[in-house]
Design a protein around this ligand. Structure first.
Ligand code: G
Ligand code: G
Ligand code: MN
Ligand code: NA
Length: 253
């Protein structure tokens, strides 16, 4: 309960912070952007990870103002980096099921207009649990976001719903294979078979594939050989502060 009260104040006290984990193109490992990951610098408890406070934010509805804040920060940073002559690539932002409503469209529309950001610099990551809500509504919201130019990716792929029919119904741009499938590679034979099958299926459906949680050279090599498009994980880069991420950005050509 104390944590819940603290979370109420965290946004206005400026205790939330964005971290950035680069996502690289498989093969030449060229960065294409980053996933935005929240951290909470709690005045007493130290750094609190989103695995702890995002569920609390979702249960209390605080995820709406927190999510708005993340989007506002991300878009204003993109403008800042563009003004500095840097090429920031795409920022992939995690969106909770509760955020995926009609209001999200106007929030994002207002932010990209205000900061003059090409909408395709934003990617929204969502998990399969968005499908707990009305499919027709979700489909409409996703279509509108894509029509604005945003990219959409299905996060933690393989851990949620087992039905694949929604891959046809909803037009995602990318699948992010959950790190639990990457962990055992390349020893785990079933794991290897699953990765190969996911990549083939995704490509046939016109989706790009991102592998998460890549920690070893063996995993990287296997994933590249299987045709994964993008890689993310501690082997390539850890989540880093805004200043550290900015220092990695190349100049606009
Ligand atoms: O950074 P870490 O591995 O602790 O993240 C744990 C979980 O928190 C991940 O599933 C990630 O998707 C989620 N998460 C991180 N940042 C955000 C955010 O800004 N919004 C939402 N909704 N979830 C986030
Ligand atoms: O659910 P989501 O994919 O959004 O979660 C991303 C989380 O995964 C981040 O919190 C990040 O800290 C964590 N992460 C990123 N790379 C690695 C990795 O190589 N290994 C492990 N164990 N976790 C990672
Ligand atoms: Mn994610
Ligand atoms: Na994930």
């Amino acid at each position: 309960l104390q944590l819940e009260q603290d979370l109420h104040l965290a946004v206005e006290r400026g205790e939330l912070e964005l971290y950035f984990q680069p996502i690289v193109q498989a093969g030449h490992c060229r960065p294409i952007g980053a996933e935005v990951l929240l951290r909470w610098q709690h005045p007493q408890n130290g750094t609190i990870n989103p695995a702890t406070f995002i569920p609390l934010a979702e249960a209390t509805g605080l995820i709406i103002p927190i999510g708005d804040w993340v989007l506002q920060q991300a878009t204003s940073l993109l403008r800042h980096w563009l003004d500095l002559g840097l090429a920031p690539g795409t920022l992939a932002i995690n969106i909770s099921r509760l955020q995926l409503q009609e209001r999200l469209i106007s929030v994002i529309q207002d932010l990209v207009t205000e900061h003059r950001i090409p909408a395709n610099m934003l990617e929204l990551e969502m998990t399969e649990n968005i499908l707990l809500d009305d499919h027709a509504k979700i489909s409409e919201t996703l279509d509108q976001l894509q029509a604005m130019g945003l990219k959409l990716s299905l996060d933690d792929f393989g851990t949620g719903y087992s039905s694949l029919s929604y891959l046809r119904r909803f037009s995602f741009d990318a699948l992010k294979i959950d790190r639990s499938f990457i962990q055992g590679l390349p020893q785990d034979q079933d794991g290897c078979a699953l990765i190969g099958a996911i990549v083939v299926m995704a490509h046939r459906l016109g989706l790009r594939v991102v592998a998460e949680g890549v920690e070893t050279i063996e995993q990287r090599d296997f994933l590249q050989q299987q045709g994964c498009d993008y890689l993310q994980g501690y082997l390539l880069a850890r989540p880093m502060t805004v200043d550290a991420y900015q220092a990695t950005l190349p100049s606009q050509v």
